[in-house]
Design a protein around this ligand. Structure first.
Ligand SMILES: [Zn+2]
Length: 325
């Protein structure tokens, strides 16, 4: 149901069905096709509404255009709107209300060598006679097209888009649309926000520098740790080599000890063998020679006796023993 009509002879003055005379006396045209409307606000079966007057088909777009116009009017007269959240990767800003010094509607504006007519432009003046313009696009059925978006972003023109398409199926009023525009936090996006983009870029740069710094620090730490580890390994290696050489040394010492011990035993046995008293042919002093000759050649030993050699050896031994004493 069309509940807002465009006051005949105006460009965007919308009148609610509740504020006009009944019938053709409402003085309104369709906001979209500009055809005459009749007000039906005295009915009992249907809620008050506008209808296209006899002779015109209902264009079916009156509600849509009326909502769009209503939003523009509200922004123009209220001079304020709730901004969208900014959600950069490195900078975030939650919604805030912005108030303008001036608002223009559908004013042809050259941007990127093309003419555009932003739905609304909110203008703020600063203390240095600077002028800041925010384009406000109202989405009811058509989003901001790609070419326009390209130009806006290329030229860094601040711009938001507020999506009111969800209200199209409701019995929207000036109050509900105002509430949505001024208090609503959803259904709006930044098409371009150079100010926050700049902050985002600055933060990004900072973050990247920090990352780089952290990376470098981590690298240095890793290098240091590796050097320490290498030193430890070197030390470990050195110790092992040392231990190994000691082991070898002690091993050879052990070997040489064993050898020495064996040598000692050999020496000892050789010595013992050498010094073990045993029978040797006696060295007979000259003064004892007469007696020895008598003893050796004793009358009792017959050289023809078969035991003569053994008897003789026995006598020699006794002689040697006598000589030892
Ligand atoms: Zn129409």
């Amino acid at each position: 149901m069309l509940t807002y009509g465009l006051k005949r002879g105006t460009e965007n003055e919308l009148l609610h069905i509740g504020s006009v005379h009944n019938g053709l006396g409402c003085g309104c045209v369709c906001p979209h096709c500009k055809h005459k409307l009749i007000a039906r606000n005295k009915g009992t079966k249907r809620i008050p509404h506008f209808a296209h007057a006899r002779g015109a088909e209902d264009c079916g777009k009156g509600r849509m255009t009326a909502l769009h116009m209503l939003a523009q009017q509200i922004i123009e007269s209220g001079k304020k709107v709730m901004l969208p959240d900014y959600k950069g990767d490195y900078y975030q800003k939650t919604t805030e209300l912005i108030e303008f010094d001036e608002v223009t509607l559908e004013k042809s504006t050259k941007l990127d060598d093309k003419l555009y007519r932003p739905d609304c432009v909110g203008i703020k003046y600063d203390d240095n006679n600077g002028e800041h313009r925010l384009w406000i696009e109202i989405l009811v059925t058509h989003e901001v097209d790609a070419n326009k978006t390209d130009s806006i972003r290329k030229k860094k023109q601040p711009c938001i888009e507020i999506d009111l398409s969800g209200m199209l199926g409701t019995e929207y009023t000036k109050e509900s649309v105002t509430q949505r525009l001024v208090e609503g936090k959803e259904d709006r996006v930044w098409i371009c926000c150079p100010y926050y983009d700049k902050k985002n870029e600055e933060n990004k740069l900072k973050a990247l520098q920090e990352e780089e710094e952290n990376r470098r620090e981590a690298e240095e730490l890793m290098k240091k740790l590796m050097e320490e580890e290498n030193t430890k390994l070197d030390e470990e290696y050195r110790k092992r080599i040392e231990a190994l050489s000691k082991l070898k040394e002690s091993g050879s010492q052990h070997q040489s000890e064993t050898l020495n011990r064996q040598n000692n035993i050999a020496t000892t046995s050789t010595y013992r063998d050498k010094h073990e008293p045993q029978f040797r042919p006696p060295v007979i002093p000259m003064e004892k020679m007469d007696g020895i000759i008598q003893a050796v050649h004793g009358k009792s030993i017959n050289p023809a006796n078969e035991n003569y050699s053994a008897e003789l050896a026995e006598r020699f031994k006794k002689l040697w023993e006598m000589n030892q004493k």
